[in-house]
Design a protein around this ligand. Sequence first.
Ligand code: NI
Ligand code: MN
Length: 226
Amino acid sequence: MKFTYYGHACFSVEAGDKTLLFDPFITPNPLAKGIDAGKIAADFVLVSHGHGDHVADVSDIAKRTGATVIASYEVGTWFEGKGVKNVQAMNHGGAAKTDFGRVKLTSAIHSSSMPDGSYGGNPCGFVVESAPGNFYYSGDTALTYDMKLVGELNKLDFAVFPIGDFFTMGIDDALRAAEFVGVSKFVGVHYDTFPPIKLDRDAALAAARKAGKELLLPAIGETITI
Ligand code: NI
Ligand code: MN
């Protein structure tokens, strides 16, 4: 599957002829100044929780592209209130058939509030099933034992995990998460953007090698095939 990294925890995945964009935070991110949020394509925008570093560009991109926003109930209805027309406001454990296949909301241990301070519900992750492949994006989260269930219930081609530590899992817990969900490779996100989440890249890659996992760290703006 084609995976494009837009910095922080923002990325898109091509699922057949549909483009799935996750957690767009581009215009406020100095590391992503080479990316024009006004040109990013999306058929679906999946939002893991309400924090600003995951939602900054959701409204603009959804309104420009007409993409459907998929999020938890509270996050989704907040965007409806902001004038986003197509919203699929779900909740944890729920799955829905979509144009690209199927999406299920998984639990995450983190927090969630909207940029204006409104209640943001509980944070989530996503299991995406599609004809070209299946993957899991945990969203911002601690390592949880529930991830074992994700591995038991799904045959995944890859995963996407935060690895920056401090606000989320660090690399060691992300490697354990990869083990729990049964993937041999995962993309690391949610690092370098802020001083507390600066990543020691060489150490992270060495830890992954030692654990027998492939850690993918595409450059911002880079597209890789997984
Ligand atoms: Ni967060
Ligand atoms: Mn975050």
